[in-house]
Design a binder for this molecule. Structure first.
Ligand SMILES: [Zn+2]
Length: 138
């Protein structure tokens, strides 16, 4: 769990409104992340962000209660939250060793944000955000 702890601490629990890691930490029932995490970092004219994530994946925008889920690998992700007509991936990005996915649940009119630690980006069918896309974002 040591490696996961570093990941959760750095990508998810940083800037959490529930307090610093590990005070905030409670095991999520989906994936391996923290279920208590609330993005608590406010940037003026942008709104709340997930402090640990790159541009393109850090803004909450209109989705005020957007949750971030972290999966250990592709197998866990497929078992717990596979992509289909209910969970539609929109953007994917290779972020170091991890795969980030931003998507939409049309039936619920809600967004989602996933990190697959040992993910295979080629297995996810949607637009792949490039380095230059990220660089061009404000
Ligand atoms: Zn947390």
């Amino acid at each position: 769990m040591e490696n996961f702890e570093t990941v959760i601490k750095g990508l998810q629990c940083v800037g959490c409104a529930s307090g610093d890691y590990p005070t905030c930490f409670a095991q999520s029932s989906i994936g391996i992340g923290c279920k208590n995490h609330v993005a608590g970092t406010m940037v003026s004219s942008i709104g709340r962000i997930f402090l640990g994530l790159p541009k393109g994946f850090n803004r909450l925008g209109e989705c005020d209660n957007l949750k971030l889920f972290i999966f250990e690998n592709q197998a866990q992700h497929i078992e717990q939250c596979s992509y289909d007509k209910w969970n539609v991936p929109v953007w994917k990005y290779q972020y170091g060793n991890y795969v980030l996915v931003r998507g939409f649940m049309p039936r619920l009119n809600k967004g989602f944000l996933h990190i697959i630690l040992d993910g295979q980006i080629g297995e996810i069918k949607c637009y792949e955000v490039t380095e230059s896309d990220i660089d061009a974002m404000d």
